[in-house]
Design a protein around this ligand. Sequence first.
Ligand SMILES: [Zn+2]
Ligand SMILES: [Zn+2]
Length: 396
Amino acid sequence: MFIVIIVVVAVVVAGKTYAPPPSPPRVPTAEDLARSEAIRQVEAKAAMLFPLVQRAWGAGSMAPVRRWLSDSTYQRFELQLAIARRQGVRNVVENPELVQSWFWSHRAFGRYQSVYLCVQGRLCDYTVRVDDGTLVRGDRSPTQFEEVWTFARMQGAEGSGAAASSCPKCGAPVEDSGGTRCSRCAAIVNSGAYDWVLSAITQKSEYEIPPAVSPIEQKIAAIGTQHGVSLLGWLSPEEIEDRASAVFVRLHESFHDGRLADLAPFATQSLLGELEKSGRGRLGLHHLAIGAASLVDVAAEGEAVRATVRVKFSGCTGPEQPVSEAAPFEHHLVFTRNLNSKPSAAGLASLGCGSCGAPIESADQANCTYCKARLDSPDGAWILSGYEMAPTFRLQ
Ligand SMILES: [Zn+2]
Ligand SMILES: [Zn+2]
């Protein structure tokens, strides 16, 4: 302590006359090199994916690119496409071009690392009526836009920037049919266990750079220490946020269709009963557009961990209300999982079976078709146990 004080005083006393010598260039550490390799792979992946994603969107189905998208990203796109179909309109995209992309930030915590890339693209983007081709929105001249694309993968995954046409685990050909599960070795290709997965797309203006030291990460570490268990293998913000966002889409589709039972593999029976009883299950917002899903709290409760995710979105209370009048909302989704959970094989294929990661085919199945695990068990998956709407929200 004494020495430190002397040094500080010496610098202060020397005042303007003291200029520290320039520090020698830092030798890159293994971590720096791994990070630049990750950035290189992600830039190549974005260049490969950009036109494919735009074309899939324009064609009205994200199935051809599903293997590179996390479940929440896929669900969000599909939701928007379904809304457009319901309205009898189609978004046309032409001549997609990736102008440039550059590294924005990087984050590594627990099981995942994420690279945030700023993507500048150009395309012709307009909406027409399906029946007679009348222009509804936009025009046919090219427009430029900027977004932040987040790519995530598990630590230790090898990753690549390539458009692999084969299973990243066993090399078997993977058909371009929208499947995410290798038919030979059962690997879930969009889990993040093998390669980078596009886990979020955010408007650049809405994007918030994550803090260097995240209070949530500190809380997760503290709960682990307090209970003498390591949570880092499975309590991951990436997985919870992806699942929350995908379940949120499912939940609102069920609200619309009046089929809350479709949520059975993802939510507790008591919550579904409560939503049904209170009438909240009959709320159906229109023109839904989902913004960020962020993990805002974690807490241990007995043998379980409760994770609260805030979902920001906008929507209209009736189909006739114009999109320009959509109001912003913030709802909180509470998920529960057992404190002694095992890591989920589903990863960022977050709507899959928690035990083996296989896709959940139908809403009325109680057990996984492949491994027979109970789907609504909080042993290996985050189960929706609470749904809190902002007090300002009014039912129709
Ligand atoms: Zn395989
Ligand atoms: Zn399974």
